[in-house]
Design a protein. Structure first.
Length: 275
């Protein structure tokens, strides 16, 4: 029994150490806290603050709000600022930049219903309507599940499951009855599964954020060509606000893109901006 208690105690100490390390390495809440601190310090020096941007937005001075929000984002990323910047661009009828900033906000806070709702509204106003290649239903279901939380939330959920795994493992070793041992064993296996899944989902979320292979068309219209040259054959035309996947990012002047329906082609790099 003493060995079991020692095992659980050492496990909890290890889990606490891991939790501390996770908090230091993750980006979500911690990065917003650091960003807010930076903004406060800048305010002391007489520079812009988010409150000033919000005030300009409420006064319908959207051009000033845009300038303030973009300056704030130079200090660090924050989903709320991207969201407000998207709203400001939408009010100025700049659909492409509105979509771009909503997408960036959603990348930081996947599953946020307010961001998704605004993004859907603005997307409905774009010209291009492309039917995506159908996915197998369970692939779509898994993507939806992964995106219901951001990478930080999944990582923290994994830590909680690890704590519970240790607790139920201790119950299995220290339980005095067969029933308690069975409960401890089954619960420990469940927590182990959830711990692994949470960490896999957190890793996948972070990987998606770092890939930077999605972009938004910013020019009113652009001709997609068969080769990375203005002399290439015209394939089709895209309009502002359309989301594309960057297939080949090796060239500086041109990017090969792919649409949701599988079509590919080349566009000038200046016509798109990475999310």
């Amino acid at each position: 029994m003493k060995k079991g208690i020692l095992f659980v105690a050492l496990g909890w100490m290890f889990a606490i150490a891991v939790f501390g390390q996770t908090n230091n390495d993750t980006l979500g809440i911690d990065s917003l806290t650091r960003t807010d601190f930076s903004i406060t310090q800048q305010n002391a020096a007489g520079n812009v603050t988010k409150a000033q941007g919000d005030s300009a937005y409420m006064k319908e001075d959207y051009a000033t709000a845009i300038q303030i929000y973009e300056k704030l984002l130079e200090q660090g990323e924050a989903a709320e600022v991207y969201y407000n910047l998207g709203n400001s661009y939408y009010k100025t009828s700049d659909i492409a930049h509105a979509i771009l900033n909503y997408e960036r906000a959603l990348a930081l806070q996947p599953g946020n219903s307010d961001i998704q709702a605004n993004l859907d509204i603005v997307r409905s106003k774009t010209i291009d309507k492309v039917t995506p290649i159908p996915e197998v239903f369970f692939v779509t279901w898994i993507k939806t599940l992964i995106n219901c939380l951001n990478s930080d939330a999944w990582a923290k959920l994994g830590i909680v499951c690890f704590f519970l795994l240790l607790t139920f493992t201790g119950l299995y070793f220290l339980g005095k009855s067969v029933t308690l041992k069975k409960v401890g064993f089954i619960a420990a296996l469940t927590m182990l599964f959830l711990c692994v899944i949470s960490n896999v989902f957190a890793s996948q979320q972070k990987k998606e954020r770092l890939r930077q292979d999605k972009a938004i068309v910013l020019t009113p219209s652009i001709t997609v060509r068969s080769t990375p040259s203005e002399s290439g054959t015209s394939l089709f035309v895209l309009h502002e606000g359309h989301k594309v996947e960057i297939k080949d990012n090796s060239m500086h002047e041109w990017k090969e893109i792919r649409l949701e329906d599988g079509k590919v082609g080349w566009v000038p790099a200046s016509s798109i901006e990475i999310i």
